[in-house]
Ligand binder design. Structure first.
Ligand SMILES: CC(C)(COP(=O)(O)OP(=O)(O)OC[C@H]1O[C@@H](n2cnc3c(N)ncnc32)[C@H](O)[C@@H]1OP(=O)(O)O)[C@@H](O)C(=O)NCCC(=O)NCCS
Length: 173
């Protein structure tokens, strides 16, 4: 699968993306509110790509690499994941997420990519409800989710603190 917006291409992860994934996931600023420590070994990013590729096969969906058209560089990831491990009492649901390199923050890329993923989920996959979550102090992500129309429907506690739980329903018209 392949999604395109004005400035971005969202495509499946490939093995050769591991260096860019490591740059993202080893950055403490990026990982501040994620609840897992930054990567310390580049081999871990190869495993992450393998895991996501397995999700494509098992679930027909997974996070997508985001390529900035202007530079042709992988600048982050965005998209829907089918959750197969229980979080906040939910399981087997579609969840929206995104993560970008700090050099590319503040350009509207998170919103632009999220909108494309939501359109795909609601209109192509016919998903009725898409979920999302963010650490309570992650101002940027909470702002983006509200701006996309998500409604905060709950709170739950992770080892690194309180997280907000969001839902967005498909508009039937
Ligand atoms: C959160 C993150 C994805 C935002 O990406 P981004 O591309 O900079 O976001 P956008 O440029 O699309 O911003 C959209 C809106 O959110 C606001 N915003 C973004 N980051 C913000 C921040 N740290 N504090 C307050 N507002 C913020 C923008 O001002 C913009 O608001 P507006 O459209 O009302 O003017 C990015 O900071 C990131 O990758 N963080 C690390 C990973 C992460 O936390 N992922 C989310 C986990 S739940």
């Amino acid at each position: 699968m392949h999604l395109e917006t004005k400035r971005l291409i969202l495509r499946k992860f490939e093995e050769t993306d591991f260096e860019r994934v490591f740059l993202i996931d080893s950055n403490p600023e990026v990982m501040k509110y994620i609840g897992v420590p930054p990567l310390s070994d580049i081999g871990q990013s190869k495993n992450i790509i393998k895991m996501i590729q397995q999700q494509y096969l098992d679930n027909g969906i997974g996070r997508l690499a985001v390529i900035e058209k202007e530079s042709n560089l992988l600048i982050g990831w965005s998209g829907l994941k089918f959750l197969t491990q229980e979080i906040n009492g939910y399981n087997n649901i579609y969840e929206l997420g995104y993560r970008f390199m700090p050099e590319y923050w503040g350009k509207g890329y998170a919103l632009e990519s999220a909108k494309a993923s939501l359109d795909y989920g609601f209109n192509d996959l016919n998903i009725d409800i898409i979920y999302a979550m963010a650490h309570c102090e992650n101002e940027g992500s909470n702002h983006i989710l509200r701006k996309l129309g998500f409604e905060k429907t709950g709170e739950f506690t992770e080892p690194d603190g309180l997280c907000f739980w969001y839902e967005l329903k498909r508009k039937n018209n």
